[in-house]
Design a binder for this molecule. Structure first.
Ligand code: RP5
Length: 167
């Protein structure tokens, strides 16, 4: 993981330490693509001042894309999007009580004017948020675009034509 003081293009923020097992999938995907990131815990409810400071300063800090994961009453992605013009991708984390449906609905139903690109609940959403972040950065980075193409090709190549009993 990159140091907090290094300027990197992607910020991965999450509402709690308990979100990390899901959000680590975004981090691992970015790492596989050679995209630097900074991962932080920023809670909309427990550390609102940290959220304001991070989101208001994110563009000047050099970030280009923000991935925000949260569960339950998941206000983090929306509040972040309200405070920065950077693209924000929201990852709904599975909640214990409602399996992440609460997280999904909290993140996806933004009012017109403040967008959050909302991904699937859990691991798939975290991975896809990283891939979307990489795709955005690849628009102005041909080396990254080539790595993203290779990632997708490897994924295609890994799909067997027929199912096996022992797989
Ligand atoms: C949210 O509350 C976090 O994003 C987390 O998904 C959820 C539960 O947090 P903990 O009680 O596990 O810290 O703010």
């Amino acid at each position: 993981m990159s140091e907090a003081t290094t300027i990197v293009p992607v910020a991965i923020i999450m509402g709690s330490q308990s979100d990390w097992s899901v959000m680590k999938n975004a981090a691992d995907t970015l790492e596989a693509l050679g995209v630097a990131f900074d991962a932080r815990i920023v809670s909309a409810h427990r550390t609102p001042e940290r959220l304001y400071e991070f989101a208001r300063g994110a563009r000047d800090a050099g970030f280009k894309v923000i991935i925000a994961g949260a569960g339950g009453a998941a206000h983090l992605p929306g509040m972040t999007a309200a405070l920065t013009p950077l693209p924000v991708f929201g990852v709904p984390v599975e909640s214990r009580a409602l399996s992440g449906k609460d997280s999904l609905l909290s993140i996806v139903q933004m009012p017109a004017g403040i967008p959050v690109g909302t991904l699937a609940i859990g691991r798939a959403g975290a991975i896809n948020a990283a891939l979307l972040a990489a795709a955005v950065l690849a628009l102005s980075d041909s080396a990254l675009a080539a790595r993203l193409d290779a990632y997708r090709q490897a994924q295609t190549d890994a799909v067997a034509p027929q199912p096996r009993d022992d797989a």
